[in-house]
Design a protein. Sequence first.
Length: 156
Amino acid sequence: MAEDLTITRGDKKTQYESLLPQIQGLLSGETNLVANLGNIAAALKEQFNWLWVGFYWIIEDELVLGPFQGPVACTRIKKGRGVCGTSWEKEATIIVADVEKFPGHIACSSSSKSEIVLPVFKEGKIVGVLDVDSSELADFDTVDQVYLEKILAMIP
Ligand code: SME
């Protein structure tokens, strides 16, 4: 497919419904992980213009910064630390409406107000997390969770 993304306006569901097949198109035929994570982060950032969208990948006993879009970020996060390390430990999606109220939140950017972190599974085993930060409070809900989980399940 062409490498241009078609940006759709409208409610969140409409935006995801337009984006999903485009991401599927970007991933199809490409098996390189870095290429695919890079395009997912770029597509999400371009569609939603969130503050930060990116991956942390499990390498030995830490999460290590992977492909992302947005301001520079901390490079390593231990299991159980911050929202990302907690999502890893619990192997669960975490939605944080106000990052200041999440004990142990790691502030990579002072502009970040709310956050969603989702585990990425490969063959039933957690391999990393997707982290999305917004400069608005309470920007994420279960609609984001459902669609972002669908996108993560597409990673070959
Ligand atoms: N806020 C995250 C750290 C990563 S940055 O937001 C990009 C956390 O608490 O784990």
